[in-house]
Ligand binder design. Structure first.
Ligand code: SAH
Length: 350
């Protein structure tokens, strides 16, 4: 981006920024509303500003480009996947899921990912770059504009590791829940992490009310290491301690996600070990039968085995659900989003 990224300023910062270029606070309020409530794509749409001011803004600032290049609608679920192109040719994916209780959008937090989880398509090819707060916000804004649907829930579970892009991610959370913007309740936001321990502790102290989801996938250090390279860096014990701290400090129950892989982590010993670590914890567990990724050979257990696994955990006192698969026919389910570039015209980061 060559100009300043105007959508990444929060409400107070925009006021200061506008004061710097000689605009009074009420103008800043109008501009913030255009950007974050009316979801303007272009300064020229800001019709209650003078032409001169619109041109001045256009000369100094940029509304982060998050431009839809493809929209796929699932035939099996009320789910849609959007492919967005960013200013530098990076492409990111977001998913809209409609539920009886409201609409949920799954956003990406990075272009690519460097965490390397073995069963996940998003990490193939590694990390290209972090997304800015504006690029995270505008995935939701664009989906709302394009569909006319109000978004009430946000899950940060698309491509990328949010706690590997910590400052931008936290700013995004504050801005999307801000009363001057979309004002989505923090309790309706879930962010999923593979377990970057120091940043879970930091997040616990931010005074936020979002739900933390921890990608567990193995009930022992050894099992987890087989599937998730990040486990080499942070031992399972430390990860669980960080989750306990998150619950203690925020009062928000942590969700543990567990991608069920046939023959790898769906055995009787896994049930025993999961019970041992989760029984005394006030938490929720989400089982996700692993979704196919063409470069990988992992298979999901058949639905009967998955149900047996769930029922046994439940009998052992674990609060557990099987996550209903959404949008797998459009590669929109967990772990199926992937890194891409604009086919032509790939501009490199400047
Ligand atoms: N980086 C974050 C968010 C990523 S994806 C994290 O690791 O939590 C959201 C969830 O989908 C994670 O629990 C992730 O491990 C899981 N997932 C990834 N690939 C999957 C696949 N092929 N099938 C099912 N779940 C998968």
């Amino acid at each position: 981006m060559n100009k300043r990224d105007i959508c990444s300023y929060d409400y107070e910062e925009l006021k200061e920024e506008m004061a710097r270029i000689g605009e009074p606070p009420f103008r800043s309020r109008q501009i913030y509303e255009w950007l974050h409530v009316k979801l303007a794509d272009d300064f020229q749409d800001m019709t209650n500003l003078s032409k001169k001011l619109r041109e001045k803004l256009d000369g100094e600032y940029e509304i982060a480009r998050v431009q839809m290049t493809e929209r796929q609608i699932s035939k099996t679920d009320p789910t849609e996947k959007f492919l967005f192109e960013l200013w530098d040719g990076n492409m990111i994916e977001s998913v809209l899921m409609k539920y009886p209780y409201g609409n949920s959008v799954c956003i990406s937090s990075q272009a690519g990912c460097r965490m390397g989880c073995r069963f996940c398509a998003s990490t193939i090819g590694g990390l290209n770059r972090n997304l800015t707060p504006s690029e995270m916000l505008r995935q939701i804004y664009q989906i709302q504009r394009l569909t006319g649907e109000r978004v009430s829930n946000v899950v940060v579970m698309g491509t990328g590791e949010p706690l590997d892009n910590y400052d931008n991610f936290v700013r995004f959370i504050r801005m999307v829940s801000d009363e001057h913007g979309l004002h989505i309740s923090q309790r309706s936001i879930t962010a999923s992490t593979c377990g970057i321990v120091p940043n879970i502790h930091r997040l616990a102290s931010e005074g936020l009310q979002i739900t933390l989801a921890l990608s567990l996938h193995g009930a022992t250090q050894e099992k987890r290491r087989q599937l998730m390279p990040v486990a080499d860096k942070y031992h399972l014990e430390e990860v669980l301690e960080a989750c306990d701290a998150y619950f203690r400090k925020t009062g928000r129950r942590v969700t543990f996600e567990y991608s069920l892989v046939a023959g790898v982590n769906d055995q009787p010993e896994d049930i025993r070990e999961l019970t041992a670590i989760l029984k005394e914890r006030n938490c929720h567990m989400n089982l996700i039968p692993v979704n196919p990724v063409k470069e990988r050979n992992y298979k999901k257990p058949n639905s009967k085995n998955a149900l047996v696994f769930k029922n046994k955990l439940e009998k052992n006192g674990i609060n557990v659900t099987i996550r209903r698969e959404r949008g797998s026919d459009i590669d929109g389910a967990c772990g199926q989003l992937r890194r891409r570039y604009a086919a032509a015209n790939v501009r490199r980061n400047r």
